[in-house]
Ligand binder design. Structure first.
Ligand SMILES: NC(=O)C1=CN([C@@H]2O[C@H](COP(=O)(O)OP(=O)(O)OC[C@H]3O[C@@H](n4cnc5c(N)ncnc54)[C@H](O)[C@@H]3O)[C@@H](O)[C@H]2O)[C@@H](O)CC1
Ligand SMILES: Nc1ncnc2c1ncn2[C@@H]1O[C@H](COP(=O)(O)OP(=O)(O)O)[C@@H](O)[C@H]1O
Ligand SMILES: [Mg+2]
Length: 275
């Protein structure tokens, strides 16, 4: 399996053109943070903002909004009772799932996104949205690019492959059918692209085993796809950077928190942009 390395990240992250503005770097909507999972969408949104997204809009439970605004005033916040539907068409990227939960309301919103997203938009499906996708056998829409970010159990639900049977060959068969890019998250996560060689990271470690770590990755993948080329190489760069930052922090820390990874993104991205 091909190894994703730092050379690839340096190719993706380039210096910003001087004549640019926030619209140049992607309009991204993140949907989640329902029920008792409010923190998940804050963490995903933090990764999007610190990862460089130009305009971040969050659709969440009303109870999440004060905390979100306090932690991340850069993001716009809408309650799921507001008419957020009006904003969907203006987005470059939609991330759905971090802390979405599996309520009927969550299912209704997921179905609404899957049917209203257009072929010139990018979709990232994470967390509970993957569980709902599998449970209700929902069809993936036609988009510019669709990325699924399951951990092994979510991948079991979506693919029907038990964790023990999640071999590269078996995974690739399902990915070819799904016509979506898939990150199978685990120690040394794997990246599958339809009808293309699989890749993996060999950075990252158990100091990352904290709730919210995957929510952060989903936000970062969305952020990168909104501002760099919407392809598998950009997804690979986000996947690598997320764990490479963790490795560096882990030189002095026993555990690495998801929000600490986001906080380091501007610094690390500057480093790669200079290479
Ligand atoms: N602060 C927050 O608000 C948090 C909210 N979260 C949200 O909680 C919802 C449920 O997600 P969960 O993943 O917790 O629950 P799930 O029930 O979807 O998955 C967890 C189950 O999968 C199993 N599993 C097997 N292999 C695994 C692997 N490699 N990685 C992780 N689990 C593996 C676990 O043993 C467990 O039984 C998601 O929407 C998620 O975004 C979590 O991200 C935790 C933090
Ligand atoms: N032992 C480990 N080694 C490397 N990476 C890990 C390890 N444990 C967890 N991770 C990473 O942390 C993230 C966990 O994702 P996920 O389970 O979706 O978290 P959450 O939903 O709580 O945000 C993934 O990117 C996974 O690869
Ligand atoms: Mg998750």
């Amino acid at each position: 399996m091909n190894i994703i390395d730092q050379n690839l990240v340096a190719k993706v992250i380039t210096p910003r053109p001087i004549d640019s503005y926030k619209g140049t770097y992607g309009r991204i909507m993140l949907i989640g943070g329902f029920e008792h999972y409010h923190g998940a969408i804050i963490l995903a949104s933090k990764a999007a903002v610190y990862g460089g997204s130009g305009l971040v809009t969050v659709v969440t439970a009303p109870e999440t909004i004060t905390a979100l605004n306090t932690e991340l005033p850069e993001a716009m916040a809408l309650s799921y009772h507001d008419s957020y539907q009006d904003f969907i068409a203006t987005q470059d990227v939609i991330v759905i799932g971090p802390g979405l939960g599996t309520s009927l309301h969550a299912l209704t919103i997921l179905k609404e996104i899957l049917t209203s997203i257009s072929p010139n938009q990018t979709l990232i499906v994470d967390g509970s949205a993957l569980t709902l996708l599998a449970r209700h056998q929902l069809q993936l829409p036609t988009t510019k690019l669709t990325v699924l970010t399951p951990h092994q159990m979510e991948w079991q639900r979506v693919s029907g492959l038990k964790i023990i049977n999640q071999t590269p060959t078996n995974n690739q068969v399902i990915v070819d059918q799904l016509q979506a890019i898939v990150i199978v998250k685990k120690h040394h996560s794997e990246l599958y692209t339809p009808h293309a060689p699989a890749q993996k990271i060999i950075v990252g470690g158990p100091y990352q085993a904290t709730g919210g770590m995957g929510d952060t990755l989903a936000g970062l993948v969305g952020s990168f796809l909104g501002q760099f080329k919407p392809n598998a190489t950009t997804v690979a760069a986000a996947l690598y950077l997320h764990s490479a930052i963790a490795d560096e922090l882990a030189q002095q820390q026993y555990v690495v928190l998801p929000s600490q990874i986001s906080a380091q993104l501007p610094l690390f991205m500057a480093r790669f942009a200079q290479q």
